[in-house]
Structures are given as C-alpha cells and as structure tokens.
Design a protein around this ligand. Structure first.
Ligand code: AMP
Length: 399
C-alpha cells in the first residue's frame, strides 16, 4: 500500500514536524558536506511555500549517555547549531530560527511565535536519552508540539526511535519527497523489477549482507558477489584463501548459498592479491584456486572484471551495494571502478546504488549521473532489500 505523501496533507497554517536527516559530516563548526541538507530542501520548500510552520528535527552523530563527562563531550561535538548556519546559507529568503533545546519553554515559545512559512530547527534529537529507546513520553511530547508529521530521513527509517516511530503514532503523518523517491526506486527493484535483474554485492562482511544475498537469490536473475565477502565463499568451496578476509562462522551459510544459488550466483574467477594489507610490496594476479599462503585478496582481477561486465550486459534492473575490493587504497580500486562504469553505462537500465561506500565511489568517480537512483540510506536500503519492514515507514499512514 502506498504511503501518504506530503502533497496529501493540508499544511496551510499548520505546525508540521519534519524528521530530516541532517546527520552531516562536519569538522569543528563547519559542515564539510551539505548533500543531506540539500536533499531535504524539496520537502522543506514545498512546506514553506504552502504556508506551513516547519519544525525540523534530526540526529547528528552519536551520543551514548553512559559516562556524563563523555556525554557532554559528545554533545559539544554534535551541536546542531552548525547545521542551522549551513541551512540559513541555503535558504537566505526564509526565516530560520535555531533553538538550542529539545524540549521546554524556549522551544515551545519559539514554535508558538512562528509565522506561516517560517522554520524552526531544534537541537540534536540524540541530546535526549529517550530518543534511541523510543521512549513513549518523548514521542508523545514531540508530537504535542505539532499538528502534522512528515518523515524525510530515509537513513533513519530502519530504526524505531522516538523521532521516527514515536511521534507519528500520535499525529497524522506522511512521507516527504526524498523518502517517496527512495521507495519508488527500491520498491520497483524489489517488487516489480524489469528483467533481467542483476544484483551486485561487495564489501567486507558476509555477516552484514547474508539476509540481502538470501533475499536477492530468490528475486534477482543473477547475484554477483565480489569484495572481501568472496573469500568466505571460496573457503566454502574448499579453496585456500591465504590471509584474505574470512568469516569462518559464515562458511556453512556460504555453502548453502552456493547450493541454492547454482549458476545464479557469480563469484570472482581471479584476484589481485598482496603480501601485506598496510604496506603491500608484492602484488600479483592469481586465479581463484591459487591464492598463495601469506597473500590476501585485495581486489577482483581482470578476468573477473570481464566476467562481471558480461553478466551485467542486457540488465534492465541493477542493485549495487559494496565495493569489489579495497578501493580506498591506490592500486586496488580497479575492480570497483570497472563495475561502477559498467553499470553506469548500461542502456535502458534502472540502476540503483544502495548507499554507503558504493554511493561515494560512484560520486567521486564521476559516474553518479549514470545511475537512476543513489540511495541516501546505506543501512535502510539494505534492510529494504532484505525484504524487512522498515519501522519508520510502516508507521506512516497509508494513502
Ligand atoms: P561494506 O561497508 O560492507 O560495504 O564494506 C566496505 C569496505 O569493504 C571497504 O572499506 C573496503 O575496503 C572493504 N573491502 C572490500 N574488499 C575487500 C577485501 N578484499 N579485503 C578487505 N576489505 C575489503
């Protein structure tokens, strides 16, 4: 069932509490990448242009609430005031008021004094210890500040927190344009893919991606597995993997996937291996069954690039998550670059990147334009592709 979206709400003159994802990278008092703020602007602008009083709230960084001195330190490091400065720069025509509080008189007065079309940004939601525990009192309190709730923080909807699940259980709710777009593309890939549908999964740990591999083996036509995960699969086939990344306790699951996946599951046929991770001196290309003792797999090799590229040809839907090798290290980025390029250049293909490292790789390499959609939520998009219900989406009213 489709979820209500912001255009289904009558927002004129209403106080609208919007959960945004302003968890931006920052150094000192400067936001170093304002992409997430920019991504929230369509919803914010729609609301202000339609006469809403817009109350924005988001988490920023981690605040553990264990040791009091450490908590104070973390609060100082993750003060939302720096985001307010960045937001004001992006919206010079709109009145934006930052409130250094997450509850109480100062916040309530600021909200009650708002004119239509104005914005209040409150302090980091994680200043509240009850946020991450979805404390019912906190959710009810935040809901009492507004008439309507809009969720536009896709990166947080896989978490049942007070700001993502608590609030919308009390007041009418809808998703914003960012989440609507995420659900459109991820939903199409998962529920109604044009075929052939090829999934490309990489990255470090099988344990992080077991459920995605399992679900996509059921849904996709081909599942390509690269990156550090591949070595657990090699081990499951009885090959030696040298000092490559290996999750011994996942070898049995890998065996199951190989048996179930048959020729749907595509693994690397050669690897770039090195004698040392931090200070590689001897680097060579070897076949999958010939990793020498003392060497570790750092990237897929040239034959694998050719194989993966050929398996991508003709794809009408592609979902990609995770690099093919240790792409941050010069010399071991070729596999990731080649796969990224191959997907970006596919004609008439709906290609989706599931956030995280692959999203930054595509952007940094200049291939972002070649993708239909780059998800803003790594964890959330993976859980979606696992077929799991996302609590922050489930709670939003249906159309
Ligand atoms: P993930 O967050 O699971 O997508 O993993 C991304 C990380 O996987 C990146 O930091 C890569 O360097 C790492 N990675 C990819 N391939 C390998 C490999 N062969 N050995 C070790 N780490 C890898």
């Amino acid at each position: 069932m489709a979820k209500k979206n912001v255009t289904d709400l009558n927002v004129q003159g209403k106080k609208v509490l919007v959960r945004v994802d302003f968890n931006v990278p920052h150094k000192g008092d400067v936001v170093t990448d304002d992409n997430r703020i920019v991504a929230a602007l369509p919803t914010i602008n729609y609301l202000t242009e339609h006469g809403a009083k817009v109350i924005l709230f988001s988490h920023l960084g981690k605040i553990k609430h264990k040791d009091p001195a450490e908590t104070e330190e973390q609060k100082k490091k993750n003060d939302m005031a720096i985001v307010a400065t960045a937001l004001k720069k992006l919206l010079p025509e709109t009145k934006v008021t930052f409130v250094n509080a997450t509850r109480g008189k100062e916040l309530e007065d600021a909200i009650n004094n708002m004119q239509d079309g104005e914005i209040v940004l409150m302090q980091n939601t994680r200043y509240e210890p009850g946020e991450s525990k979805n404390d019912p009192e906190l959710g009810a309190y935040w809901a009492s500040l507004a008439d309507l709730y809009v969720s536009d923080a896709f990166g947080s909807v896989h978490r049942a927190h007070a700001s993502t699940v608590g609030v919308p259980s009390h007041i009418p709710s809808a998703v914003g344009f960012l989440i609507e777009k995420e659900l459109k593309y991820l939903g199409q890939a998962l529920d109604n893919p044009q075929r052939p549908f090829v999934a490309v999964l990489g990255g470090a740990k099988v344990s992080d991606k077991i459920n995605v591999i399992e679900n996509l083996l059921k849904i996709a036509d081909r599942v390509i597995v690269g990156g550090g995960m591949a070595y657990t699969f090699y081990k499951a086939m009885g090959y030696s993997v040298g000092t490559s990344l290996l999750e011994e306790d996942k070898v049995e699951v890998a065996k199951e996937f190989i048996a179930k996946g048959k020729d749907k599951l595509i693994l690397p046929v050669d690897n770039v291996v090195a004698d040392d991770f931090d200070d590689p001196k001897d680097i060579k290309v070897v076949d999958f069954d010939a990793i020498p003792d003392g060497y570790m797999g750092m990237d897929i090799g040239p034959k694998t690039i050719e194989l993966f590229t050929s398996k991508l040809q003709g794809a009408k839907t592609v979902f990609w998550n995770g690099p093919m090798g240790v792409f941050e290290k010069p010399g071991f980025e070729k596999g990731t670059v080649a796969v990224c390029k191959a997907i970006a250049e596919l004609p008439d293909c709906m290609s989706v990147i599931g956030g995280g490292d692959s999203a930054s790789a595509a952007k940094n390499l200049g291939y972002a334009e070649g993708f239909s959609h780059i998800s803003t939520g790594g964890g959330a998009s993976l859980e979606y592709m696992e077929g799991k219900e996302l609590p922050g989406i489930a709670v939003i009213e249906d159309k």
